[in-house]
Write a protein that binds this ligand. Structure first.
Ligand SMILES: [Zn+2]
Length: 345
């Protein structure tokens, strides 16, 4: 009798577990079948009514049934856990065929683009690129460029001084001085791109920090015609092939003669328009033949070696080229402004 009952319990358990699919429910069932009030406990209570032989058989059967049920619960638990893991993995699966997030592509800064264009041009004409520190000595930045202390032309450049001998360079010309000292009287052709600093109030046309691109050519028999050629090439490369340049007399302490260089207006073709203020020309840079004093101070003999120098304002050229009307745009890092220069690579 009691043995049949135990078989029936095992059978009932099988049916009862078939629709259990979470661990909490399984725990409830386990308490129902194997707990203190479970059917096996009740079967145990029947022991006292058995013969010694019967007790032994019944005890064995109860034990088998218990082992059977525990095994069933263990199996079911493993099944549920596997199913849960499977479901979790399915949920977290990465679909590699989905389109990716679009990353914002960066662009080349227009000032850097101008510098690269100028470098390419002058390298193609045999120049090398020279660079120097932004913190300079007063000697390299002024004295060796024919601007002794107290010289009135120093007022042309309002300089950030760190102490009486050190300053933030107000022009890239000290790189020319450094190269001349290094080359010890030998000819060379260099261009020097870099940042310079002046105590200007920032406005649409002034910035306390801006970029210069200077050139220096030293050698025997260098004339103003060579300078004109080097700058005409620049104007045609940076703007367009139809441009012309003209030189106007000017003054810089480090060059003699000194010239202002104008480029013919690209909008009116030289006829005169509001952009060029009716003149047909746009002022772009200063240049000249290297002053003999400058040559001598850095170890060159002006009777054997002459040269020319020019200084291009990178912002000025870039503003003219891309029709930008406020110099501050270059330094605000506004993506709306910068992203317009994507096509230039
Ligand atoms: Zn014009």
């Amino acid at each position: 009798m009691i043995e049949n009952l135990i078989d029936a319990i095992a059978k009932e358990l099988d049916g009862d577990l078939s629709d259990v699919n979470d661990l909490n429910k399984l725990q409830e069932k386990k308490a129902k079948y194997l707990g203190k009030k479970g059917p096996l406990t009740q079967a145990m209570a029947d022991m006292k009514n058995q013969t010694p032989e019967g007790k032994k058989t019944l005890g064995m059967r109860i034990n088998e049934c218990k082992v059977y049920m525990e095994k069933k619960f263990e199996e079911k638990k493993r099944q549920i856990e596997e199913k849960q893991l499977e479901a979790k993995l399915k949920k977290e699966k990465i679909d590699v065929t989905l389109p990716g997030l679009k990353l914002q592509e960066g662009s080349i800064h227009p000032l850097y683009q101008t510098i690269m264009d100028l470098e390419d041009l002058y390298i193609s004409m045999g120049y090398t690129i020279a660079e120097g520190p932004e913190i300079e000595t007063d000697e390299n930045c002024f004295e060796k460029l024919n601007l002794p202390k107290g010289h009135p032309a120093r007022d042309m450049q309002d300089t950030f001084y760190i102490n009486p001998e050190l300053l933030l360079r107000s022009q890239t010309s000290p790189v020319q001085v450094r190269t001349m000292i290094e080359e010890k009287g030998k000819p060379f052709k260099i261009v020097c791109p870099g940042k310079v600093y002046r105590r200007d109030q920032d406005d649409a046309t002034h910035s306390h920090q801006f970029m210069q691109f200077e050139g220096l050519v030293l050698g025997p028999n260098i004339t103003l015609a060579d300078l004109k050629g080097a700058l005409l090439e620049m104007a045609r490369c940076m703007f367009d092939k139809d441009r012309n340049i003209r030189l106007r007399p000017s003054f810089f302490p480090f060059t003699e003669p000194s010239v202002e260089v104008d480029v013919s207006c690209g909008i009116c073709g030289g006829k005169g328009c509001p952009t060029c203020k009716g003149s047909g020309w746009i002022e772009v840079l200063g240049a000249g033949m290297v002053n003999n004093n400058v040559l001598r101070m850095s170890g060159y003999n002006p009777d054997e070696i002459q040269g020319f120098a020019f200084g291009i304002g990178v912002e000025r050229i870039t503003m003219l080229k891309y029709k930008i009307d406020d110099i501050r745009n270059f330094y605000l890092n506004d993506v709306r402004f910068l992203s317009q220069f994507k096509e230039v690579k």
